[in-house]
Design a protein around this ligand. Sequence first.
Ligand SMILES: Cc1ncc(COP(=O)(O)O)c(C=O)c1O
Length: 367
Amino acid sequence: MKIELPEHIKNLKGYKPGKPISELIAENNWEQTAILWNNENPMGSSSKAKDAIITAFEGSNFYPDPLSLKLRGKLAERLGKQTENIIVGNGSEGLLLNILKAFCSGKEEVLTSSGSFVIIYIWSQINNTPLVQIPLTADYRLDLEGIAAGIGENTKVIYLSNANNPTGAMITREELTRFMEVVPEHILVVLDEAYFEFSVTLTDDFPDGTQLNYSNIIVLRTFSKAYGIAASRIGYGIASKEIIQPLLNVKLTFEPSNLAQAAGIGALDDEQFLKKTMDNNTAGINYFYQEFDRLRLNYVPSFANFVMIDFGTKQKVDLIVEQLMSHGVFVRPLGGSGLPHCIRISVGRREENNYCIEILEQVLNSL
Ligand SMILES: Cc1ncc(COP(=O)(O)O)c(C=O)c1O
């Protein structure tokens, strides 16, 4: 091709999607599978979201409400905020890109941790925003003191994932407050709480970012995980109206779609589905801890719907992942997040978790 690409796009590694799982299953003769690689909801999707999508389809010849007022209003009511404090988008990753578009230009940097959500690294590059990464602590926690010390004259956005994907570790209330006290007000802190519903079920000590009283914070949440509608692409952000307005200005005109907006509205009423999901997750996390202890594996306590295991070397990880996959067990090796010696396993349904452990034990015994 004779068309020259900008340097930052030329070097883009991007997100590497695997083969669609349906194709892999069709090509192989697995009697059983465990799809535990994307932190998805193993209990399916909220049926109330489904009903709402079917009803909303009737209006599909019209463009959707570009301001998503109904969904934003409902979220505001739930969270004790005003509609102007809420933005919705094409998943929380869509909001992340819009945050970079709205707030970062030229030399202005994103400051974050290494070993965190891979999409922030990719979106920074796509947006041509310089990225500064502070290493994780030795016990795989975000080093908030190190991140605070890393603030420089070009820092514009700080991204924190709580609980952190892929390590599962959480920032405590005290750590978060201490951190916010030292971050200058001209820097936007993005607190990504994609796993919030799981975190608050697993511990009483999880800090709810929406309760913090700072003008320079945006909290991101999603319907993809707890409500099982990852494919619908709907996430939301909570912040002051001065932060929300520029995000409304840069978004795609009709983002998110009518079906995504409806799915969110329906899902919010589905307490039964939420409870079923949380019960399954808590049982799954505890089962994993028990089995990982029995297998003497080095794992990180999790405040989300997955657990990360440190296997020591990339070679060992590659071998384990390949052998698990040959039995229809899909887990995530973490080279993309800079942790090539670690694997992340999402909580599945009970039978998937059992199958995963059975095969993992076989594989470990064969090494
Ligand atoms: C920390 C974190 N943020 C955001 C997302 C993306 O969520 P969404 O589906 O809303 O784009 C994920 C998905 O894995 C995640 O782990």
